[in-house]
Ligand binder design. Structure first.
Ligand SMILES: [Mg+2]
Length: 416
């Protein structure tokens, strides 16, 4: 690189450059200080999608010299299917509704997250998908899927052979949570010749299934013939109900060794229990709850003991308690106890938590069972299409769309 001689004018230029650099640094500090006050800050990206910035990098000394960040007295949990999306298409003005949660300066008005019984992909990937579809940057911590609570079972099954089934990538979801010996039901079944007696008729099989369809050529990653299946997890909506019911019955009634004599049933976990849900088709589709009924009915007919299982997902009160804790963590961080406030939600309790859903028996029932501070809002863009309120599980408010719901909340909270 060629070096220029430093004459008088160059010295002036150098001094001016130094001053400009100093001013730039000072200007750069100003928005940083502002973000401290609000913690959640929105930056505009190329497609003008607000970027959620969670400020956790301020030092203790900086925190002590600043006023405490403001905390919202309310939070929002959005259901996805039938409220935000139908299939992959936004409904009810959902992108606009989410943008209304940000002020003109890009400040987030209240913490929000997505609480869905759906799943089949890791939360990080779901967050990226929602970001793309809705034009608002969504963090993985803002996505609570039906199978998210399976994380709480890690200590029990971390090194045990477990089976994961459902659409998407159920085994990847479980591995992502830390489970070390997990096989998809697709892969597991492929190691047992003739376990599915009608497999040769399934011309619709996907590439993923075909990759696992040569048991003689592939070597099992684990010793599936002598390793007992410790538990089965229905992570997302099953794809091949007939094969899945057959293989689950084999695993569950044999005590974890398909093809062998009866044994004690390994635990069975469902990510949700929705009988129906609203997808892209005009009428509702059969959900995981319908699959559970089919499996339970068949298992109880062919086995002497009734099927034992645990269902997570809404309306389980555990899910709403967990959601409240996550929304508390999404609140502006408190400098003095930033790392400890998550365990003490009492001192920062929300006055109201809104559950916006389309399914009375899942979203509204769940919020009702959870009690204070939950407030249920039912939309008409999904499962519920009634004119008035639902008879069995009446919501606190019924609106047409999620945008109307957000308008109502912001007006009620005085932040519109
Ligand atoms: Mg729904």
């Amino acid at each position: 690189m060629r070096q220029l001689p430093l004459n008088c004018s160059h010295e002036h230029e150098a001094q001016r450059a130094k001053l400009n650099q100093k001013r730039d640094r000072e200007n750069a500090m100003t928005p940083m200080r502002m973000t401290y006050r609000t913690v959640f800050k929105v930056y505009q990206s190329k497609n003008r999608a607000p970027y959620l910035f969670q400020s956790r990098s301020y030092s203790q000394s900086q925190c002590q010299s600043r006023p405490e960040p403001e905390r919202s007295s309310f939070g929002i949990a959005f259901d996805i299917d039938g409220v935000i999306l139908r299939g992959r298409v936004p409904v009810g003005g959902s992108p606009r509704a989410l943008r209304k949660l940000y002020g003109t300066s890009g400040t987030l008005k209240a913490p929000f997250l997505f609480l869905t019984n759906g799943g089949g992909i890791p939360e990080s990937r779901r967050a990226a998908e929602l970001t793309e579809l809705l034009g608002v940057n969504i963090l993985p911590s803002q996505v609570v899927q039906g199978h998210t609570p399976f994380k709480s079972l890690l200590r029990r099954y971390e090194n045990e052979l477990i089976i994961a089934l459902g659409k998407g990538e159920p085994a990847l979801v479980m591995s992502d949570y830390g489970f070390k010996k997990v096989l998809s039901l697709d892969e597991y079944a492929s190691y047992f010749k003739n376990i599915d007696p009608v497999s040769q008729y399934k011309l619709w099989r996907t590439k993923q299934a075909l990759d696992c369809s040569h048991p003689k050529e592939s070597v099992p990653r684990y010793d599936v013939y002598s390793d007992r299946v410790s538990a089965a997890f229905v992570v997302s909506d099953p794809v091949d109900w007939g094969r899945d019911i057959q293989v689950l019955c084999d695993i569950l009634r044999s005590g974890g060794f398909p093809g062998q004599e009866n044994g004690h049933q390994p635990p069975l976990y469902f990510a949700a229990d929705d009988l129906e849900y609203q997808a892209a088709f005009p009428s509702e589709r059969l959900g995981m709850g319908a699959f559970r009924i089919a499996l339970e009915s068949i298992f109880n007919t062919i086995h002497h003991d009734a099927l034992e299982y645990v269902s997570f997902g809404k309306p389980n009160p555990f899910v709403f308690k967990n959601t409240e804790a996550i929304l508390t963590q999404l609140q502006p961080s408190h400098c003095h106890n930033d790392t400890t406030n998550t365990g003490n939600s009492q001192s920062h309790a929300f006055k109201t938590l809104y559950m916006i859903g389309d399914n009375p028996s899942v979203d509204v029932k769940g919020a009702q069972q959870a009690g204070h501070p939950w407030f249920s809002i039912l939309t008409r863009t999904g499962v519920f299409k009634g004119k008035d309120n639902h008879a069995e599980f009446p919501a606190d408010l019924v609106v047409d769309t999620v945008e109307e719901a957000v308008d109502y909340i912001l007006k009620r909270e005085g932040t519109s």
